[in-house]
Design a protein around this ligand. Structure first.
Ligand code: SF4
Ligand code: SF4
Length: 207
């Protein structure tokens, strides 16, 4: 009885093996290293090889996929960077494992705080990818990244992301999360328009 089941299993393996060559001949190289090829191999009725040749090929991730957070900056017309983060500290307060540290900037002359981070650190060995920081940030300044290839041999410093490592342009965010970015831009523009709209004169109460 066991021998029959083993034979059935080997037959399935052999069928996939032969199918792989048949599909390769029919579809050619476009069956590999193209988004369409990866997608067709992921379908339930695919024939032949269905594995992905990582790292040469990567499974596309959905927009809501989240790995570690990154900080967003806008680029002005003159090319200067404007970091969206105001160092309000909300993200570090809501972070469940408390893996965010922020140091607020200070005006060197007046010593008054400036709403911008002087330092910003995330310990990605502790981060649990929950996305709370991005959910709660009132300035759309911290977002969840799609980049999951961060393996390194150095756990002491390479896994503490600092400001330089965390900062990415808004254009990157728009690329990985186009639907989210578009709706957030629209809401921000509406808020800005409402703020700048001329105020209606207050009507005096009639006696
Ligand atoms: S990323 Fe957002 S929530 Fe966190 S400190 Fe900056 S502005 Fe505040
Ligand atoms: S994703 Fe979650 S755990 Fe990671 S930094 Fe943000 S709030 Fe903290």
């Amino acid at each position: 009885m066991n021998g029959i089941e083993i034979l059935k299993g080997l037959t399935i393996t052999l069928r996939h093996f032969v199918d792989t060559y048949i599909v390769d001949i029919v579809k050619g190289r476009k069956h590999y290293f193209t988004p369409e090829g990866i997608q067709s191999r992921a379908e339930a009725d695919t024939r032949g090889i269905f594995t992905v040749q990582y790292p040469e090929e990567k499974v596309p991730v959905p927009e809501e996929f989240r790995y570690f957070p990154f900080l967003v900056y806008d680029v002005k017309e003159d090319g200067s960077k404007v970091v969206r983060c105001t160092s309000c500290g909300i993200c570090s307060k809501v972070c469940p494992p408390q893996c965010i540290w922020i140091v607020r900037s200070v005006d060197p002359e007046t010593k008054k705080p400036i709403p911008s981070p002087a330092e910003f650190y995330i310990d990605v060995d502790i981060c649990m990818n929950c996305g709370f920081c991005a959910e709660f940030c009132p300035f759309d300044a911290i977002k969840m990244d799609h980049d999951y290839e961060i393996a390194s041999y150095d756990r002491t410093t390479a896994h503490i992301f600092d400001l330089q490592k965390l900062l990415k342009p808004a254009s990157y965010y728009e690329k990985i999360r186009p639907v989210n970015a578009e709706s957030e831009d629209r809401v921000r523009a509406e808020k800005e328009a409402a703020k700048n709209a001329p105020k209606k004169p207050v009507q005096e109460a009639s006696t």
